[in-house]
Design a protein. Structure first.
Length: 421
């Protein structure tokens, strides 16, 4: 049975409280919680001691008592003292927004890298929130008066100091292991770069349909050994960046990655921890921002995506916008307006249109030309058939005449065979 909770938050100046609380509720549901009530308060700034004002704290106690709820989930990250004061005054358990998202990520992490990244973020979150009596000492040696009237407390350390040292040691160890994993991923990306294969990253808010879009494209253009990625209608269904190779009928190929979804006020500990995971986006030739156009708050979600990309240093990369779930929004699809596509990831025609949009962006350096290859240089013909989009082949007295579209680099290498561009 899911835990019953109350969600609560502050309506601060220039914020959309309805959007914020809807999102908080979705996060709670994603963490298998049952939201039975919602409490908000309009303030210019959070109360430094208890986040809420005194009257609203009393309201929370009354609501929790009436609904038999022990846990309150808050819409902001609170300071350790604010959480401590609230729990002391109410005898209730409080989970702030950061703590909630960390719980969700901990439950969703599957790969070794994702688990380490979440553990790192949790430790960084816990470190300033440790609360232990400063007078408690471990391995403490206490001597009686020694004539001088001094008490020798020895080299003991408080439980708080020991816990902090333990956490810092864990953080150091995890950072070292993640750095090794990051180096391995960098090598794989460098190997792909050497092959001159363009990369495309799907980015966007969580649960907009990135994984559904990727699976649709993998079914159409993936190699036989390419596996589908996990998809489910919930926030943060997957935390791992999935990378797949797509090969199109015209011999063009690209690397497609599906990155972890974003959410507003994503904890900075997680942003930092997942920076290596999001490196696929940082190194991409093209970003496809997938947007759930059926959500009334989709514009705020787009802004969250832009803000998060800026925070992790993903800038100056070309981006196209893919407005997904048009079937749920009741708008015409698939339609294309410049670099903006309205589509449904579950429709074949939509997938073909997003493919065309992506290919138009990443294969701009392709050249179409007519080649004349002597009959005794069959290896050149084989190369064009295997690495270019061959439009037409004719056999003449002088050799094989091929019209093909190919990479500019390959065109330059075979320029001596060109008879018409």
């Amino acid at each position: 049975m899911n835990e019953k909770i109350i969600i609560a938050g502050l309506e601060l100046p220039d914020m959309n409280i309805d959007y914020a609380m809807d999102e908080l509720k979705s996060l709670a549901v994603a963490n298998n919680m049952d939201v039975v009530d919602q409490v908000t308060q309009k303030l210019d700034r959070p109360n430094a001691a208890t986040y809420f004002g005194k009257g609203k704290v009393d309201d929370l106690i009354q609501a929790a008592t009436a609904l038999e709820v022990d846990t309150i989930v808050l819409n902001d990250e609170l300071s350790p003292s604010q959480l401590g004061n609230l729990e002391k005054e109410t005898n209730l358990h409080f989970v702030d927004r950061t703590g909630l998202i960390l719980e969700i990520f901990a439950n969703r992490a599957h790969s070794r890298e994702a688990k380490l990244q979440v553990e790192l973020a949790k430790l960084q979150y816990q470190l300033p929130r440790l609360r232990t009596s400063s007078t408690q000492r471990l391995d403490q040696q206490t001597a009686g008066n020694t004539g001088g009237g001094f008490t020798n407390r020895g080299s003991g350390e408080t439980k708080l100091e020991l816990n902090r040292r333990t956490i810092r040691n864990k953080i150091t160890h995890i950072n070292k292991e993640l750095k090794e994993m990051s180096t391995s991923s960098d090598i794989q990306r460098q190997q792909r770069d050497k092959k001159d294969i363009p990369s495309v990253a799907l980015v966007g808010y969580t649960n907009t349909g990135k994984s559904t879009t990727m699976n649709g494209l993998v079914r159409l253009y993936g190699r036989n050994d390419e596996k589908q990625v996990f998809e489910k209608d919930m926030l943060f269904a997957t935390l791992d960046t999935s990378v797949r190779k797509l090969v199109f009928p015209d011999q063009k190929e690209l690397i497609l990655s599906d990155t972890v979804g974003f959410v507003s006020k994503l904890p900075h500990q997680l942003v930092k921890a997942f920076r290596s995971t999001l490196a696929e986006a940082a190194k991409a030739d093209l970003l496809v921002q997938v947007v759930d156009i059926s959500d009334p708050h989709y514009r705020e979600m787009m802004q969250t995506t832009e803000d998060t990309l800026n925070e992790i240093g993903v800038t100056d990369i070309p981006m196209v916008y893919a407005f997904n779930k048009a079937d749920l929004a009741g708008v015409a699809y698939p339609t294309l307006d410049g670099n903006q596509l309205t589509y449904s990831a579950k429709q074949l025609q939509s997938l073909e249109m997003i493919t065309a949009l992506i290919k138009k962006q990443v294969f701009k350096n392709y050249v179409e030309a007519k080649f004349l290859i002597p009959f005794d240089e069959g290896q050149v013909v084989d190369f064009l058939n295997g690495n270019a989009d061959v439009k037409e082949t004719n056999y003449t007295e002088l050799g094989t005449e091929i019209t093909a579209e190919l990479k500019e680099r390959d065109y330059n290498r075979l320029s001596r065979y060109v008879v018409q561009k």
